[in-house]
Design a protein around this ligand. Structure first.
Ligand code: CAA
Length: 289
């Protein structure tokens, strides 16, 4: 019977862009957070990113220095040997590899209390398939945050085939307590967010490849013409071009429909290692990363 008791700690697995953002919003909402990442460097980068994000809030007066320290004080590294049995919810945000995520879920199912919620931030992998790696699929749910997590309002709550109503309700309550707006969607490739967003981004890459317009022109059309805060190419850089390619492949495979074929230029960019903001180069160059 899943309960997301507010006094029990939260476990976040993966300290990348999404994991660190998720840890931050839980800590900002007053929860004790344990964060786990096998890669020491990634953990360090994640904690630094949280510090930087909180600095932005302090700078604009949304947070004072003492509150910044309190938020940071609620986040700690989950060391080997730490008991995780008390965690009310785990949110998995490791790289988008099915084998890796299944292994995480098998382990979570083993070590967390039977009433804990097992959530995944996956943007494209089937919740039902991850749930099938556990002995308790009714407590497995998608909790899909958007990047940048501290800023974006939405949490897509994804219901797998076996996810119980109780788990869905408790997950919505968790998202509401974070100040987010949860929206429930069914477990289909790309859910709603990426099924709609990624084909648009992919089409923008086709337009660039075909020389319809420059990168700046394509992005300006969508920013000024459609009021998007970022153009699709700049947004692809924010998401990560490798992530965009993965999601297009999931859509193409999942629906068996070539209308989702990834643009060859997207493949080329990924092959060249131009993965977007996280490496300083994507469709644009980023000097500050
Ligand atoms: N932490 C804290 N605050 C942040 C932040 C961060 N990491 N990033 C931005 N902000 C804040 C800024 O401090 C600023 O706050 P104020 O307006 O109160 O001053 C505000 O957000 C706007 O930031 P900037 O002025 O620096 O820049 P901007 O106006 O270009 O906004 C943006 C940045 C919020 C990222 C905006 O460009 C935007 O909304 N972009 C679209 C993002 C989007 O579509 N995300 C979804 C991606 S898809 C996804 O995540 C799902 C998936 O599975 C792929």
């Amino acid at each position: 019977m899943p309960v997301a008791t507010a006094t029990r700690p939260v476990l976040v697995i993966g300290a990348g862009t999404m994991g660190s953002g998720i840890a931050q919003v839980f800590a900002a909402a007053g929860r004790q957070v344990m964060i786990q990442d096998n890669d020491e460097a990634s953990l360090k980068r994640g904690l630094a990113a949280i510090g930087k994000s909180l600095d932005r809030l302090v700078k604009k007066g949304a947070l004072d220095a003492a509150a910044r320290e309190q938020v940071l004080g609620r986040i700690r590294n989950a060391a080997p040997g730490d008991s995780l049995a008390d965690c009310a919810i785990a949110v998995e945000a490791v790289p988008e590899r099915l084998d890796l995520k299944k292994a995480v879920f098998r382990e979570l199912d083993r070590v967390l209390a039977p009433d804990a919620i097992l959530a995944t931030n996956t943007s494209s992998i089937s919740i039902t398939e991850l749930a099938a790696a556990t002995r308790s699929p009714s407590r497995v749910v998608g909790m899909h945050f958007m990047n940048p997590v501290p800023v974006m309002q939405l949490v897509e709550v994804v219901r797998g085939l076996e996810t119980s109503e109780e788990t869905v309700r408790a997950t919505m309550d968790v998202a509401l307590a974070l100040g987010k707006t949860p929206v429930v969607v069914e477990d289909r490739p790309g859910f709603v967010s990426n099924r709609v967003l990624l084909p648009m981004i992919n089409e923008a890459v086709f337009a660039l490849q075909e020389g319809v317009a420059t990168r700046e022109a394509i992005d300006t059309v969508m920013k000024l013409g459609m009021n998007h805060p970022l153009g699709p190419l700049a947004l692809a850089d924010l998401i990560g071009l490798d992530v965009c390619l993965d999601i297009m492949e999931v859509l193409q495979r999942g629906f068996g429909d070539d209308k989702y074929r990834p643009c060859p230029l997207l493949r080329t960019m990924v092959a060249a290692g131009r993965l977007g903001r996280k490496v300083g180069r994507g469709f644009y160059e980023y000097l500050d990363s």
